[in-house]
Ligand binder design. Structure first.
Ligand code: AVJ
Length: 311
């Protein structure tokens, strides 16, 4: 049987043996990583959360009118803390609305289900734990479905991966179902870069936590003080990138892989992309699906957008 640990070990082997080293941001989110991401969302510099919150607080009512139906199932992928989602859900009729958060983390589902039920009494909350597409496939029902994918979570994927992802969503959707996508917009470097290299160093902690995780779960001996967080952003490309940089020439051993990995001074391990979007990029991603971009909402500063797509 292939365990989570084996998959992680294989990924690390592949990433650290490559000519340009990489590790996937997918592995940021252990318990510590989830806590650090919650801290990031509270940072002034991490404008994404506040911008989307502004959209949902002031336009949530209007958005809800576009999504409502006699019966509606609102399925949220990677629900997070639910604070933003609450601002949308409160405008729905409790009796004929079901809220289904989906997440791979069971604890995340328990937490959000409890909180949402407290925030919005009488709302039907039915959390599901598991892989997005497996779960979506099992959720085929007569009720109209609205899939929420907020917080620019799509941004961690390359455009090709995002295309594949949206196509898969399109495949499980039925005519009339809707997708609400929250995406960060392309803007100048002086705004984007601080969001990924904050002054308190929380994002650095978040990135370097990946090394701690390898130490803990795979018996690595990374010395954290010998590495540092690096973030870049190109406005032309519209992509923020995070790296872990080796400060010195060094060798690290990972017991689980029975192998050592060498790092040159200033060598980079690429760990994350955070894509920023404009209409052309969005159109390219949804091209070839039967999804239609119906509505676009933005915050006052036009930093962020929430899109409503209908099949
Ligand atoms: C959760 C993917 C939206 O890319 O902005 C925050 C993760 N990485 N700071 C993002 C993240 C560094 C975040 N997303």
């Amino acid at each position: 049987m292939i365990t989570e640990k084996t998959l992680f070990a294989q990924h690390v082997e592949k990433g650290l043996s490559a000519p340009s080293k990489f590790l996937s941001s997918m592995y940021f989110y252990d318990k510590k990583g989830e806590a650090l991401f919650r801290e990031i969302m509270n940072l002034e510099e991490y404008y994404l959360t506040n911008s989307e919150m502004e959209i949902l607080m002031f336009q949530g009512h209007e958005i809800a009118q576009l999504l409502k139906d006699e019966e509606v199932e609102i399925i949220e992928l990677g629900a997070g803390d639910g604070i933003k989602t609450k601002e949308l859900l409160r405008h729905f009729d409790k009796k004929n609305t079901v809220y289904r958060p989906i997440d791979i983390s069971e604890q995340a589902i328990i937490d959000i289900s409890k909180k949402m039920s407290e925030w919005i009494p009488n709302l039907q909350v039915k959390g599901v734990c598991g892989d997005y597409f497996k779960m979506l496939d099992q959720l085929k029902s007569d009720a109209k479905k609205v899939i929420l994918f907020l917080g620019s979570n799509l941004g961690n994927m390359s455009d090709d991966q995002a295309k594949g992802f949206i196509h898969q969503l399109n495949n499980v959707m039925q005519k009339g179902d809707q997708l609400m996508l929250g995406l960060d917009l392309i803007k100048s470097k002086d705004i984007v870069l601080p969001a990924y290299s904050d002054s308190k160093g929380i994002t650095a902690e978040f990135n370097l936590n990946l090394l701690d995780r390898i130490n803990k779960e795979l018996g690595g001996n990374f010395d954290r003080t010998q590495f540092e967080h690096v973030a870049t952003y190109s406005e032309h490309e519209g992509i923020a990138k995070s790296y872990i940089k080796s400060k010195v020439d060094q060798t690290v051993t990972i017991e689980e892989n029975e192998k050592s990995y060498h790092f040159k001074k200033d060598e980079l391990i690429h760990t994350e992309i955070s894509r920023k979007y404009d209409l052309d990029i969005i159109r390219n991603i949804i091209e070839g699906t039967s999804l239609h971009l119906d509505y676009q909402f933005t915050d006052n500063k036009q930093y962020f957008t929430d899109l409503v797509l209908t099949k």
